[in-house]
Write a protein that binds this ligand. Structure first.
Ligand SMILES: [Fe+2]
Length: 391
């Protein structure tokens, strides 16, 4: 029988207006008069959000400084620059505010601020963190990556290779979720990030590490995305819908923190490297082409996913119920407006071999290996071709 560890979850403070409690929550969790480096992406830094948080922290008696040199798909240089600023400021905690990128940079910088080594030294978890890092409070501004709940940071090396760092030291000490922050997120980004959360939940439910102890958060996340994401896309100001999708992303993040992802993230990261496609859309399209084979490999696990996704059993066997999932998933991607074709991204079937080669790398292989079925190079190329020619 499978052995299993369920790590302690990250504490969560959720609700509209919670942002304005950052200062007091910091005092409660980390103590008084802290020196906090706010790591924010350019949107958060220029929209007044970062300013508002710094003011709030200072009102509560803390000192705060801003680091905003964070880009989408951050590189090792961004993390190392953040470490330098944190060290110069004497930061004893980091507040990571933004989409996945700002949280990835903030978490990794916090874990290595006490060492002289570069972030690249910690890529692919080849060595443990030094253990003298500073705590992180994570505040997501999108609802998708779930990075506020995980011990993972994704970043790119200097040559553009997308890699990840992993370790218990990367778990935030608190996740602060305020649906009001996500209200201004444009519809395409709302859809892509929400699909990322859905894929996290499905992959954690169906990969080789899946375990019943970890099913509840993933299954609930699947149901919440199915129920609320179309509404959040249609009406960004609907705070109920925004909040429910935010909770879904948080639950799915907690699920992958335990079980990890699978083929859609291996293929999706490769698509991100080759075609610079947004992560959420990339993994959404990747699962779309991989799902049929996955369902055939483990129909009983995918029947659970199908039920969570709202597909009625109607007396059907697990295999028959699970077989309905790929079509329902495809219809859902189209309902939330995810662009299926990659032709507008400058990609075509001719790129299949190049994309398959990008899958077959040390950083992406682990996600194929943990998938519920085996992949050889021919199957990878078939999936890549199907994705690149989809319409
Ligand atoms: Fe993801």
């Amino acid at each position: 029988m499978q052995t299993f560890d369920l790590p302690a979850a990250v504490p969560v403070a959720f609700g509209p207006g919670r942002l304005d409690r950052l200062g007091t929550l910091t005092t409660e969790r980390l103590g008084a008069e802290r020196r906090l480096l706010l790591v924010a992406d350019p949107f958060a830094a220029t929209s007044g959000l970062a300013e508002r948080l710094i003011e709030n922290l200072e009102e509560a008696g803390h000192k705060a400084a801003l680091f905003s040199d964070v880009v989408s798909d951050p590189r090792e240089g961004h993390v190392d620059a953040c470490v330098d600023v944190a060290r110069d400021f004497g930061a004893d905690a980091i507040v990571a505010l933004g989409g996945g990128s700002a949280m990835d940079v903030g978490k990794l910088a916090a874990a290595i601020v006490g060492t002289k080594e570069s972030s690249a030294a910690y890529a692919l978890a080849t060595k443990p963190f030094p253990g003298n890092g500073v705590p992180v409070i994570a505040i997501p501004t999108t609802s998708g990556t779930g990075a506020e709940m995980t011990g993972t940071s994704v970043f790119s090396l200097g040559d553009g290779t997308k890699v990840w760092a992993w370790g218990p030291e990367l778990y935030p000490k608190l996740a602060l979720l305020d649906p009001e922050i996500t209200a201004s997120l444009p519809a395409p980004l709302t859809a892509a990030t929400g699909v990322d959360a859905l894929v996290h939940a499905i992959e954690s439910m169906t990969n080789r590490n899946a375990h019943p102890l970890n099913d509840p958060p993933a299954m609930r996340a699947i149901g919440l995305v199915r129920r609320w994401l179309p509404q959040a896309v249609a009406d960004g100001g609907d705070l109920e819908a925004r909040g429910q999708v935010q909770i879904a992303a948080c639950l799915a993040g907690a699920a992958i923190a335990v079980n990890g992802c699978a083929v859609a993230h291996g293929l999706g990261h490769a698509l991100g490297t080759v075609g610079h496609v947004h992560h959420g859309r990339a993994v959404g399209l990747s699962l779309r082409v991989a799902l049929e084979g996955n369902v055939a490999a483990t129909p009983e696990r995918h029947a659970l996913v199908a039920e969570a996704f709202g597909i009625e059993r109607k007396g059907r066997s697990d295999a028959a119920l699970a077989a309905a999932l790929p079509e329902a998933y495809d219809a859902f991607l189209r309902e939330v407006g995810l662009e299926i074709s990659l032709s507008g991204d400058g990609l075509s079937g001719e790129d299949a071999e190049r994309l398959a080669a990008a899958c077959d790398t040390a950083e992406n292989q682990p996600m194929f290996e943990v998938t519920c079925r085996a992949f050889d190079r021919a199957e990878m190329e078939r999936l890549c071709h199907a994705m690149l020619t989809a319409a």
